[in-house]
Design a protein around this ligand. Sequence first.
Ligand code: PMP
Length: 395
Amino acid sequence: DREEPNYFGAGPAQLPTNVLQQAAMDLINYNDVGLGIGEISHRSKDATEVINSSKEDLRKLLAVPETHEVFYMQGGGTTGFSSLATNLMTAYVGATGTTAPGGYLVTGSWSQKAEEEAARLRLSTEIIFDSRKFDANGKYGNIPEESQWSDKIKGKKYSYVYLCENETVHGVEFPSLPKCLQDRDDIEIVADLSSDILSRKVDISKYGVIMAGAQKNIGLAGLTLYIIKKSILENISKAETNDALLAKLNVPVTPIAFDYPIVVKNNSAYNTIPIFTLRIMDLVFQNLLKHGGVEHQQKENERKANILYTALDACPDFYNLPVDPKCRSKMNVVFTLKKEGLDELFLKEAAALKLTGLKGHRSVGGFRASIYNAVSVQSVEKLAKFATEFAKEHS
Ligand code: PMP
């Protein structure tokens, strides 16, 4: 057992204690079979049940339509950057017989890294916008209005358009999917939801692919979740029957463990799936289902973000919030102190109150409070109270 933590780390992140308690028992003796869930074959009946149950639970939570498939792969967000690029380009070849660039909306370091990886794999990419170009200081911290970039995509073809819905490092979150992308039936939207999946409702039918590493809102590192339109899987398989064409078009072959149709055909167990990690994910899903689903979680997340931003905004001479209020993340609250020399003291005094994990990303500095699903309203209230008192004392 443990005292309830007030942990604001960006990932790996806090998980519900009741989930971990159940998982700890499952690790030793699963369903009374006399072995732990991590010790049995990934093709056994018990493991297959974990895979199927987690898929069903996720489908319920996000109302995944029949047009879309759910699957899992080893790895994390970074493996997603590579596999999305090659699979989606292959799918485009299957659908059209030719290639087109992958379009990227760059709003922070994770979408930037995703674009760089696609380019590194020698795939054609186009940065539709880089939000730093729209910022007075040349930094990430906003998302330009659609009217400022929608003309760029008019009449253009893309194998897919990629965005990161929540930029974990910079604390920038798309309030909603850009309408100009939704309006284009010929564009597959590919989205990284690693740090905001299941934090709010999303309309799955609008997406070509959703990718999410597990270690923030849904589980431990090592496993990545995908929700993909079935027609994309069919297009990949179709293109893969014509290797000569893929070679002629210089489309890289996807490594076999990351080939989406192969993984799906094998119910996410083409190779050894980390089944204990998936069991934790499913326990998180079941926990959410028991507590009002995504709708309830979204309300709670809005409440938490509101408490914290309100407290910080109330001290404008003391705290600097670099992100445009229109796209402030509800998961990662980024802020700095206006006065120099107090950062260490802020962390020390917070830690004395058992408020931990607040140090900002090394590339940004300052502070970041990650308030994922498992972080309670009480934890956020404690942090807000501390921030208010710290400002009062040191102003
Ligand atoms: N995308 C986002 C939004 C992330 O926050 C992260 C990691 N924090 C990644 C991708 C990369 O994930 P991984 O470290 O699992 O490769």
